[in-house]
Design a protein around this ligand. Structure first.
Ligand code: FAD
Length: 440
């Protein structure tokens, strides 16, 4: 069916009113983008909102932060990926609020009515009420945060060179990572490889034996969501790379450059990275009783808000309990992508008058990489480790990246790094700040 403009234009957003049912999707992450790519826009008008004009492949953010990959090799412009789609309108804006009575979304550039609404806004950091961490630690959930982390670490080594005070030099060089889930473990491994192999060549005037990487975890093991076997292997690999892992240790505060914990030990570090928790992120418009633990919106097995069947929630912002996952499906890229593909298929079936089926998540396995030839993978009853798991991890991540160019660039970078340990990405990219600017 071709889109025919029948009524009037919403001039503010320049989106035509047509006979086609309008599907408004908020978020071009794993779930939203998958849905947008697979929904048949001959039958629906698709309006996609995102506050960024690109899709971020979050699983590789840690490689941007540790100067292993360029930021643009793990991001992809939304418009480019959807440019061949008819009846598709992308608008760069943040959606602040949803009014489900009026069936409208409210954004920074105006409001828009919907026939169907899909919220796929992902997650945000959860600091568990530790104010000092929220103010002073560095999260790593976006491309800009990953780049900023890279710049901060490199800037600190530049400062450490001319610092006379040994304690201050150690504080500038040390890194504390809070949370030993996949993000914390992968980041710790990547920074350790940077310290062990690359930084001593770039900074011959610094002694990198003085730099410690501390990975702090409140649970009794690393990678708590994976099998015990993979967890033990990952700990062994981290120790091999000389990462100090502190288990059963909860961070309490971070003041004057010192991280304090519930154990005796304190940690001196200027770079403290928060990788300990996430919570669902979504626009306003939901009652507290519609939310589950971790600020995620409860959905039924069709990914719908139970009392509002025209509103769907996908990915990290959704909370779906199943028999196999009584605490809700995990906040993973694979869950988000499968949910996006599922919903596109159901919309396409609905357009043809076919019956709608419930969502069923298929666990294809979980993986984490700690360093060169060091990874762990759980595939049902098979627990892989070492070089084989590492090659599998690389292959899967290459295939999941959006865009052929990105895959080629990442592959070339990985191959180059494997043989040379040196890719020249260690740039400090931050606005220049004059030291005495405030006095002027
Ligand atoms: C550092 C890191 C490493 C990870 N590693 C892995 C891994 O190895 N394997 C794995 O399976 N998962 C991993 N994950 C988790 C995985 O990335 C998420 O589960 C997945 O991205 C969730 O997809 P989503 O579509 O729900 O949300 P996202 O992919 O987060 O997308 C949300 C989108 O919504 C947009 N948005 C948010 N709010 C608004 C708003 N109000 N208005 C407009 N736009 C908005 C955002 O800009 C974003 O584009 C990792 C996550 C992080 C942060």
């Amino acid at each position: 069916m071709e889109e025919s403009v029948t009524l009037y234009k919403n001039f503010q957003m320049n989106i035509p009113e047509t006979d086609l049912p309008r599907v408004v999707v908020i978020g071009a992450g794993f779930a939203g983008l998958k849905l947008a790519r697979q929904i048949n826009t001959h039958h629906y008008q698709l309006v996609l909102f995102d506050k960024n004009n690109y899709h971020t492949f979050q699983p590789l953010l840690y490689q941007v932060a540790s100067a292993g990959l360029e930021p643009d090799s793990i991001a992809y412009p939304v418009r480019k990926t959807l440019r061949r789609k008819k009846n598709m309108y992308f608008r760069l804006t943040e959606v602040n609020k949803v009014d489900r009575e009026q069936k409208k979304v409210f954004t920074e550039i105006g409001d828009l009515r919907y026939d169907y609404l899909v919220i796929a806004t992902g997650a945000t950091n959860n600091f568990f009420g530790i104010d000092a961490m929220e103010k002073n630690s560095m999260p790593m959930k976006s491309l800009t945060e990953a780049l900023d982390l890279r710049s901060k670490m490199l800037e600190n080594y530049e400062r450490a060179i001319y610092t006379q005070d040994l304690n201050e030099r150690i504080r500038l060089m040390n890194v504390v990572i809070v949370g030993a889930g996949p993000t914390g473990v992968e980041l710790a491994g990547a920074i350790a490889e940077l310290r062990n192999k690359i930084l001593p060549k770039d900074f011959p005037d610094l002694d990198f034996r003085q730099m410690s990487i501390h990975l702090i975890e409140a649970a009794p093991r690393v990678l708590v969501a994976m099998s015990e076997k993979s967890s033990k292997r990952a700990l062994k690999y981290l120790k091999k790379l000389n990462v100090n892992v502190h288990l059963d240790t909860a961070v309490k505060d971070y003041k004057n450059g010192v991280v304090t914990t519930n154990q005796e030990r304190e940690f001196l570090a200027d770079t403290v990275i928060w990788a300990a928790g996430v919570a669902g992120d979504h626009p306003e418009g939901f009652h507290t009783d519609e939310l589950a633990k971790g600020n995620r919106i409860k959905v039924n097995s069709y990914c719908q808000v139970p009392d509002d069947e025209q509103v769907y929630i996908l990915g990290d912002s959704a909370y779906l309990e199943t028999e196999e996952y009584p605490k809700g499906l995990p906040m993973l890229g694979s869950v988000a992508m499968q949910a996006g593909a599922y919903l596109a298929k159901q919309f396409n079936r609905k357009a043809k008058g076919k019956e709608i089926k419930p969502f069923q998540y298929v666990d294809k396995g979980t993986m984490a990489t700690i360093g060169r030839n060091l990874a762990v993978a759980d595939f049902k009853r098979y627990k892989l480790g070492g070089a084989f798991a590492w090659i599998t991890w690389m292959f899967v991540h290459l295939m999941l990246l959006v865009g052929f160019r990105n895959r080629v660039i990442v592959f070339i970078n990985w191959t180059w790094n494997y043989f040379r340990y040196n890719n020249g990405l260690r740039l400090i990219v931050r606005p220049f700040r004059k030291k005495n600017k405030s006095k002027e």
